[in-house]
Design a protein around this ligand. Structure first.
Ligand SMILES: Nc1ncnc2c1ncn2[C@@H]1O[C@H](COP(=O)(O)OP(=O)(O)OP(=O)(O)O)[C@@H](O)[C@H]1O
Ligand SMILES: [Mg+2]
Length: 390
């Protein structure tokens, strides 16, 4: 997948831009604070339906404007061209369009513009809270498995409703008999979706591991095995995983066991006023040669493992949907040793379109892929660097 061109209006400090990109490597160069990350944010926005920085809509509109608009021309793997647009305004309006057709729900954007965003903060995938790893897995899976996405969305909805009910029960705001009946029906529904989500997470972790190992070896010349290991919260899932980690779970039987497990502790959930167990508490371990990187990893090891995992996610996607995501590297080469940086540059641009933002052109000085474009950025304005590549 590639972005062929972009038209940007009213986005943060960026000037009115009309840029045509290289299908292979695009370098965005310039000093701190000139607008490099802003461009990457604008290009990546439609992949998530939101800012990768977690910014509010208002914050992305230029200070002196009331609205912003970004239009991308995207080429899919099949050669099909798509126009992807979004617009935000200060009154809270949000519009997403693909080929002129409005996209109403954010979940309908999943899998359309497929990207991977990598910046120094990405190592929180390994070091940060479990939510990061769950999101990484769930998003990676949803990109090729819409059935998983629908179960995940339903699970989140039911969990929210159940949480609300437990809270009301504890506060004495609900009729106890009716509320318990309702709780029972939420738990039954929840078990069905939980079985699907847990089975999906287990399969995804197994799918990812051989690719992450391979990517890690190429980056480091290191034979240590990099494993992404699922740590489910529910005992019913744990016991199946222990018995045979490679075997897909029989979902109906799993749902029945999950219901029994949740039902058994239901009274204690009522007393606490919140759910105590469930896939919302799942985690994953990132192991290098069997050692948990979250606890023992050095900065560099953790960073390299994160890159390997992220590239492995793109390998899985390619295996499933023959899609190569667009890669965004914001300020990451300066943090890698030269050998790893070169390997990453060579490896990433072989099959993907890559956008690189850096304030240090030295870090990309030896990179000469077949097709490369570079821009010097100053005060939100982009000047193409024609014959003076770094
Ligand atoms: N809504 C906005 N309107 C106008 N300017 C904004 C808005 N939001 C952010 N900016 C400005 O955009 C500028 C560029 O930010 P950006 O993060 O893109 O810099 P950068 O080139 O990536 O820098 P660095 O090398 O430090 O990462 C900042 O000075 C910031 O104040
Ligand atoms: Mg930046």
């Amino acid at each position: 997948m590639r972005i062929l061109s972009a038209k940007v209006h009213g986005f943060r400090n960026l000037k009115e831009l009309d840029l045509t990109f290289s299908p292979q490597v695009n370098l965005v160069l310039g000093r701190n604070g000139v607008g490099k990350t802003n461009l990457l944010e604008a290009l990546n926005f439609l992949a998530l339906g939101r800012s990768h920085r977690g910014s509010k809509s208002d914050e992305m509109i230029s200070f002196d404007r009331d609205a912003l608009h970004v239009a991308l021309e995207v080429e899919e793997e099949s050669g099909l061209l798509l126009t992807c647009e979004f617009g935000l305004d200060r009154a809270g309006g949000r519009r997403f369009r693909i080929d002129g057709e409005a996209v109403r729900r954010r979940s309908d954007l999943v899998g359309r513009l497929v990207t991977v965003f990598f910046n120094p903060d990405s190592i929180r995938l390994v070091q940060g809270a479990p939510q990061r790893r769950r999101h990484f897995t769930d998003h990676g899976l949803s990109e090729f498995d819409p059935v998983f996405l629908s179960h995940l969305t339903a699970l989140q909805r039911v969990t929210r409703q159940k949480t609300g009910l437990l809270r009301d029960l504890k506060k004495g705001l609900a009729n106890p008999t009716e509320a318990r009946r309702e709780l029972d029906s939420w738990n039954r529904e929840l078990s069905v979706h939980a079985a699907e989500v847990c089975a999906g997470r287990q399969e995804y972790a197994c799918l990812l591991t051989p690719f992450s190992h391979e990517r890690h070896k190429t980056l480091t010349d290191n034979e240590l095995k990099l494993t992404f290991y699922y740590r489910p919260n529910l005992e019913s899932v744990k016991s199946r995983q222990k018995k045979d980690p490679e075997k897909p779970f029989a979902k109906e039987a799993l749902a029945a066991d999950i219901f029994e497990e949740i039902d058994y502790i239901s009274e204690s959930e009522v007393q606490r006023g919140r759910p105590r167990i469930g896939p919302q508490l799942d985690d994953f371990e990132v192991l290098l040669g069997g050692v948990d990187l979250r606890v023992f990893g050095s900065q560099g090891e953790t960073r390299t493992a994160t890159i390997a995992l992220v590239l492995a996610r793109s390998d899985v996607l390619y295996q499933k949907r023959q899609i190569r995501p667009i890669l965004f590297f914001d300020d990451i080469f300066s943090e890698l040793d030269r050998h790893r940086a070169h390997r990453l540059q060579e490896m990433s641009s072989r099959h993907h379109q890559v956008f690189v933002a850096t304030a240090r052109s030295d870090d990309v000085a030896d990179w000469r892929p077949g097709e490369m474009k570079a821009w010097n950025v100053q005060g939100g304005g982009f000047t193409e660097a024609t014959d003076e590549l770094p």
